[in-house]
Design a protein around this ligand. Structure first.
Ligand code: AKB
Length: 298
């Protein structure tokens, strides 16, 4: 999406892992390690970078399994990026999450400003990111922008250690074995969003004139569903889908502490946010996209 808008050569993707062939072929791709300040600075200087979108993080479940690594990547990595953004006058986007809320936050809906006492290292690191970015904005004028994402549903990325991963895996299982074993209870409701809406929200927010922003960190919402509801919607296309439930205590406890719905009225009012995918559209699109990926692989 960004490459279409700004030109292929003007958007550089990075990772510490080798890119899959289609990503490598799609435009500039470089090695970047958020823990290596010199490496990051070289990339910014050599490429005259102006905007930095910082996605590196260990997600909720994998973070609980390796707290020391999550602290390093999510907090030390963030500090490197904040320092670099200040030093090089970058506009900085850092995503936050429904995971930045905890059991003492209002859950239905969770507003932008309320108690945030998450019980995961992932959540703690994201609240830290929100507060550090806002502090540096107020103190030094850093153009810091942050959106709290719901669970993001995408056919192209493999689930990566999150609590909301089942909502991606279920599509792959529905089209392969026809059976999905869900690690959450059937009635666990969580906010979710199609990747297309997520990308569009991020770009629209980065473009919003400063004078329109009353906050630096906004909730964005699209839909909320339970495993039972998404299964029912998938069965309209694939009636044979069988879903069994075997709740995992770590993931269920995390999910039960997160909002069931997001209040995104500030994003709607300040910069015109509006989602386009509901559950029906999301399910149709995911089934088509997963089939296309399987055909490409074959
Ligand atoms: C996770 O489940 O950890 C992430 C998130 C909601 O931030 N997908």
């Amino acid at each position: 999406m960004c490459r279409k808008q700004y030109g292929t050569e003007n958007v550089i993707l990075s990772d510490i892992k080798k890119a899959p062939p289609e990503v490598y072929r799609s435009g500039p791709f470089v090695y970047a390690d958020v823990l290596d300040y010199k490496n990051l600075r070289e990339l910014v200087v050599n490429n005259r970078i102006t905007w930095l979108v910082h996605y590196s993080a260990l997600l909720s479940v994998v973070g609980e399994a390796n707290v020391a690594l999550a602290r390093k990547i999510n907090i030390t990595g963030l500090h490197n990026v904040l320092d670099l953004a200040l030093e090089s006058c970058l506009r900085l986007f850092v995503p936050s999450t429904i995971g930045a809320f905890g059991p003492s936050s209002p859950r239905d809906p969770a507003p932008d400003l309320c108690v945030q006492r998450p019980h995961t290292i992932y959540g703690v690191s994201k609240v830290h990111a929100e507060l550090m970015g806002e502090y540096l904005h107020h103190k030094y004028g850093l153009d810091f922008r942050c959106l709290r994402y719901p669970g993001i549903i995408s056919a192209n990325t493999q689930p990566g250690g999150g609590t909301t991963d089942y909502a991606v895996q279920i599509f792959h299982d529905a089209l392969s074995t026809g059976h999905h074993e869900c690690y959450l209870r059937a009635d666990t409701r969580l906010p979710m969003m199609h990747i297309g809406d997520c990308h569009r929200a991020t770009v629209e927010f980065m473009h919003a004139p400063e004078c329109q922003l009353s906050l630096r960190t906004y909730n964005i919402a699209a839909m909320s569903f339970t495993p039972e509801e998404v299964s029912t919607e998938i069965r309209k296309h694939l009636p044979h889908l069988k879903v069994t439930y075997n709740p995992d205590s770590v993931r269920q406890t995390i999910a039960d502490s997160w909002p069931v719905r997001f209040d995104d009225s500030n994003a709607q009012r300040d910069w015109g946010w509006k989602s386009t995918y509901g559950l029906e559209e999301l399910v149709s699109d995911m089934l088509i996209s997963v089939v296309l990926i399987v055909i490409e692989i074959i």
